[in-house]
Ligand binder design. Structure first.
Ligand SMILES: Nc1ncnc2c1ncn2[C@@H]1O[C@H](COP(=O)(O)OP(=O)(O)O)[C@@H](O)[C@H]1O
Ligand SMILES: [Mg+2]
Length: 243
C-alpha cells in the first residue's frame, strides 16, 4: 500500500438525470491528494463540484474511471463495505453543518465514532473531549449545539470530521454560511490540522481568499478540471470564476 497519495482519482465520469435529459456531470476528472496537502476546487455553479465530492466521498459511484483511497481500490464494493470505508477513511464538512442540535458538542463528535464501533463509550468521550480541545472548544463540551454560535458550530463540525482519524477530509463550501472572520478562522484551523496530522483536504469554495491560501487550486468547468495551479503560481490571482 502506497502511503504517498491518500486519494487518487483517474478519469472519473458521471452521468446524472433521466434518459431524455441526461447530464454528463463529470467528463474525465483526475486528481491526486498527497498527505499534508490542501486542495481547493473552484468553478461556476453546475460545473460538477458537488458531484465530484460525492464520488470521492463514496456517497455516489462513478460511471467510469477509478478511485483509490489510502491504497484501497474502490471498485465494485457492496454498500456496507463502501460505508465502512467511508467511516474509516473519510471525514466530511458541509456548508450547513448538520449537527444534531439537541446533542451536545461532545455527543455530536461521538456520532461517527459510534458508527465505526471501534471504541468503548468512555474512549469515545475522551477522544471527543480532546478533539474539542484541539478546535478551541474544550470548555463547551456539554453545550447543546443549538446554543453555540455559527463559528463554534462549524468548529464542532471540523472536530466531528476528525472523529475517526480519516486520511482525507472533503468539504463542500465549509465556510459558506460564516462571516469573513469566522470563515478564515475555521479554514486556518482546518489547514493547520491537515498539515500537522498529514491528512489531505479537498474543499469546494467560492471564497477567493481561502482558495488562494490552498496548496493547489483546481479550476473546474463543464465537468472537467481545466487547470490545476500550485500555490504561488503566476497563473493565480483573481482570474478564476468563483461563482
Ligand atoms: N440528481 C441530479 N439529476 C440530474 N442532474 C443533476 C443532478 N445533480 C446534479 N445534476 C446536474 O449535474 C451538473 C453538476 O452539478 P453539481 O455537481 O451539483 O455542480 P456544482 O456543485 O458545481 O454546482 C449540473 O448540470 C446539475 O444540474
Ligand atoms: Mg455544489
Amino acid at each position: 500500500m502506497s502511503d504517498e497519495i491518500w486519494l487518487s482519482a483517474r478519469d472519473l465520469e458521471r452521468w446524472l438525470g433521466e434518459e431524455d435529459s441526461r447530464v454528463h456531470a463529470l467528463r474525465g476528472v483526475s486528481l491526486d491528494l498527497e498527505p499534508g496537502s490542501v486542495h481547493a476546487v473552484v468553478g461556476p455553479s453546475g460545473c460538477g463540484k458537488s458531484t465530484l465530492l460525492y464520488i470521492l466521498g463514496l456517497l455516489d459511484q462513478a460511471d467510469g474511471g477509478s478511485l483509490t483511497i489510502a491504497g484501497h481500490l474502490i471498485a465494485g464494493l457492496p454498500d456496507d463495505e463502501l460505508a465502512r470505508k467511508r467511516n474509516e477513511l473519510l471525514g466530511f464538512i458541509f456548508q450547513f453543518h448538520f449537527l444534531l442540535e439537541d446533542f451536545t458538542a461532545q455527543e455530536n463528535i461521538m456520532v461517527p465514532m459510534r458508527r465505526l464501533g471501534r471504541l468503548t463509550e468512555s474512549e469515545m468521550m475522551t477522544r471527543a473531549a480532546s478533539l474539542l480541545d484541539e478546535v478551541g472548544l474544550g470548555s463547551k463540551l456539554h453545550r447543546p449545539s443549538r446554543h453555540l454560535s455559527g463559528g463554534e458550530q462549524q468548529r464542532v463540525a471540523i472536530a466531528r470530521a476528525l472523529a475517526n482519524d480519516p486520511r482525507v477530509i472533503l468539504a463542500d463550501e465549509p465556510t459558506g454560511n460564516l462571516d469573513t472572520a469566522n470563515a478564515e478562522r475555521a479554514f486556518r484551523l482546518l489547514q493547520q490540522i491537515v498539515r500537522e496530522e498529514r491528512k489531505a483536504l479537498l474543499l469546494v469554495t467560492h471564497n477567493p481568499a481561502i482558495a488562494e491560501a490552498c496548496d493547489w487550486i483546481h479550476e473546474m468547468k463543464d465537468g472537467v478540471i481545466i487547470g490545476s495551479h500550485p500555490h504561488g503560481s503566476p497563473a493565480r490571482g483573481g482570474s478564476f470564476t468563483y461563482r
